[in-house]
Design a protein around this ligand. Structure first.
Ligand code: ADP
Ligand code: MG
Length: 712
């Protein structure tokens, strides 16, 4: 080996990789040395302590050093390769049987007389100890091993079946990395490949990109994370990679924030007449928190700088009204305003709501979803003369992204329930909105502070931390379906009092068609229980017009019960509904349950969230449901969710768009985030345009960011 490998080197240029192996790597998307070496172990197994065959017990997982006494193919109901092994130099010592099923290549590697490390779970069968499909490794060094193998094959030189056995053990007798499986390549072959790549890697390998921890070389960290000599090494290496990932992310955020701060915007809050008019007509006053948010937004819009603001407010805190005020400021200044919602149901709701609230004004409200295009007036979208004269408020789903729907003269874009969109989608929308339009994103999913900084560090944040007064209390209870009788009689009494009910079931079926079938079955079940009561059904497969009708009926209290899937999760606002019954509540995520519960308690009536679960009382999966019974505070629930599921999962489901996070541990680490943030800011203070050649890797980090940076 004369030339050292670099991370960018192509795997298919390696002469010692078989065609099949190359294929397997390729189909897993691994093309370069770096692709493999930056694919981190999923976990480790400590196989470093060598056990003793004389004392090992069935059921234990053990790593043993043994000698092969006999070998051969056997057949019972299936063919398998079997070795009888025992301590070396003890021909009459204890014996262990090793059996390999469906692994013919093993027979080519192992033969009588070899010394091996074997690792696996010890079982007992017919009074004999055995391991099935154990991991193994020759104890001897390379040459001796290959000679033995060749002898076993009758002296025919072998096509190298896998990287030859190295002098130090790779698969046994040490802390061994376990990777996610690769189809077409056995785990040990993959592990052997990683080992060999590391062995041939440039010892002077420079850090990848910007070196955040020069005192702990990147090259060493790679070695430590794949083949740690001690557990400590592996943790230290992870820490380095986590910091690197965190820094890269914080650097991008800092870069974006600076870009957007330098951006010219439009002055879009010159006239507050519409807002005054609206507020005067409302039957209630804005809460203190709403008023503060509106003022923060107004100030942003009135400044020539472009607004990039996040409104974070718990379910039911009244974000819609805040958004409407912002849009009215924008309309008052002669620009168009648009609001985009994640579902058609929600877009329709906003549309109807705005039409009602603005009926007495000259504002035209239009709806744009993929299924419908409604206007309060017969306004041609692409008639610029008309558009200039009439204040226009657009409501839509992502259909607003389509070219033909793109609003002209846009001054403000509001993204509702932003966590339901990926960051990417949000940015596409904003891009299509034009580069100077103010941007307001709203989210009801409160997230832990560390995540706010990470996900929204480039945005200014307003928090609505107060619910409107006069809201009925919400009682949350965890019940077993055995209590159904009492629950039903309670539902009867609420219906008799004029209230309404949601019944939500998880989508347990894989296919939408089966999900539909189960939703229909659920409807039939409730129709039997409440034969007198009109019941509506809502799920993803229902046609758009039908959906609209179902929601309209429920809103009008014509249907009293709504049987639904999670399509009602976001935004739906029917203040007269007071019961939310959730089937198999344990199969939902915590924040999703919180959102569902947010559908009730929107009026002055006392409301009830009933979480049904078949799980036994002491099942730990009930813990999250107990959190809900304890608190209705979204921020508290978010922290609990974070604690129960870990940051990676929370991020994966609740918030998309951060890109792949390989080391989620930093997401919860405020100190690490602050440190990365400080480092990033310091660099940008000293070199705002990254012209210093030493900062070339950082430039690379924000490249491609350039475009989105303009849009925040
Ligand atoms: P969310 O923040 O979940 O989007 P909404 O904007 O849908 O909440 O508001 C929930 C309900 O509260 C709506 O029926 C709305 O009319 C009502 N609401 C909003 N602001 C106030 C207020 N200041 N006082 C009383 N009710 C309010
Ligand atoms: Mg809302």
């Amino acid at each position: 080996m004369t030339e050292h490998l670099q991370l960018a080197d192509a795997l298919d240029a390696l002469p010692w990789l078989s065609l099949r192996e190359q294929k397997a790597l390729q189909s897993a998307g691994l093309a370069t040395v770096g692709d493999v070496l930056l694919r981190m172990p999923r976990r480790y197994e400590d196989r470093s302590r060598s056990g003793n065959l004389a004392t090992v017990l069935p059921g234990q997982t053990a790593c043993l050093q043994v000698h092969v006494y006999s070998a051969g193919w056997r057949f019972s109901y299936k063919q398998y390769y079997e070795l009888s092994v025992g301590p070396a130099a003890e021909p009459n010592g204890p014996r262990l049987l090793l059996r390999w099923f469906n692994m013919p290549y093993v027979a080519k590697l192992l033969a009588v007389g070899m010394d091996l490390f074997v690792y696996g779970k010890v079982r007992e069968s017919g009074g004999r100890l055995m391991m099935v499909n154990p991991d193994f490794e020759q104890v001897e060094e390379e040459d001796a091993g290959r000679r033995l193998v060749q002898a076993a094959m009758g002296g025919i030189p072998l096509p190298v079946p896998e990287p030859a056995a190295p002098a130090t053990p790779v698969h046994t007798g040490r802390i061994v990395p376990i990777y996610r499986g690769l189809s077409g390549m056995p785990p040990r072959t993959y592990r052997g490949l990683v080992w060999r790549l590391l062995g041939e890697l440039d010892p002077q390998l420079p850090a990848r990109g910007y070196d955040i921890a020069p005192r702990y070389p990147f090259r060493q960290a790679l070695q430590d994370i794949h083949f740690p000599a001690a557990d400590e090494d592996q943790r230290k290496a992870r820490m380095r990679f986590a910091l690197e990932e965190c820094f890269a992310q914080q650097f991008r955020v800092a870069w974006r924030r600076r870009r957007s701060q330098r951006q010219d915007g439009m002055v879009t809050a010159t006239d507050g007449a519409y807002v005054q008019e609206l507020l005067a007509a409302l039957p209630f006053r804005l809460t203190g928190a709403q008023a503060r948010c509106v003022e923060e937004i107004r100030a942003d819009m009135a400044s020539p700088r472009r607004m990039n603001r996040l409104v974070q407010g718990d379910v039911g805190s009244g974000k819609t009204l805040v958004a409407l005020c912002a849009m009215l400021y924008c309309l008052g200044s002669g620009y168009t305003a648009a609001l985009i919602a994640p579902t058609q149901i929600l877009a329709e709701q906003h549309y109807k709501n705005f039409c009602r609230l603005l009926a007495h004004t000259d504002i035209r409200v239009s709806l744009r979803t993929s299924d419908r295009a409604d206007d309060t007036g017969a306004l041609q979208l692409d008639d610029p003369a008309e558009a200039d004269r009439t204040p226009r408020l657009l409501v839509g789903t992502h259909a607003l992204l389509y070219k033909k729907n793109r609003p002209a003269n846009l001054g403000l874009a509001v993204v509702d329930e932003q966590h339901k969109f990926g960051v990417e989608q949000r940015e596409r929308f904003i891009n299509s909105a034009g580069t100077a339009a103010d941007v307001l994103v709203m989210t009801a999913t409160p997230i832990p502070r560390t995540l706010t900084l990470t996900l929204y560090g480039d945005l200014d944040v307003s928090v609505i931390d107060e619910l409107p007064a006069g809201r009925g209390e919400i009682v949350t209870a965890l019940r077993n379906p055995d209590h159904m009788k009492r629950i039903i009689s309670f539902m009867h009494s609420e219906l008799a009092a004029g209230r309404q009910i949601y019944i939500v079931s998880p989508l347990v079926e894989e296919s939408e068609k089966r999900a539909q079938a189960s939703a229909i079955a659920e409807l039939a079940r409730w129709k039997e229980i409440f034969p007198e009561v009109p019941i509506g059904l809502l799920h993803g497969r229902i046609q758009p017009e039908e959906k609209e009708r179902v929601m309209a009926d429920f809103r009008a209290n014509t249907t009293r019960i709504l049987v639904a899937t999670t399509v009602v999760e976001v935004g739906v606002d029917v203040p007269n509904a007071t019961i939310m019954l959730i089937n198999d509540a344990d199969s939902f995520g915590l924040s999703q349950l919180h959102q569902l519960r947010g559908r009730i308690g929107r009026g002055q009536h006392k409301s009830y969230c009933i979480l049904l679960s078949r799980l036994k009382k002491d099942d730990e999966r009930l813990e999250k449901l107990q959190v809900l019974c304890r608190t209705t505070n979204g921020f508290e629930i978010a922290e609990e969710d974070f604690r129960l599921r870990g940051p990676g999962d929370v991020l994966g489901t609740a918030q998309s768009g951060l890109g792949a996070v390989q080391f989620p541990e930093w997401l919860a680490d405020m100190r690490l985030i602050h440190r990365a943030n400080r480092d990033a800011e310091a660099i940008l203070d000293a070199d705002p345009d990254l012209t210093d050649p030493a900062h070339a890797p950082l430039r690379q980090l924000v490249e491609g960011e350039e475009e989105t940076a303009v849009t925040g």
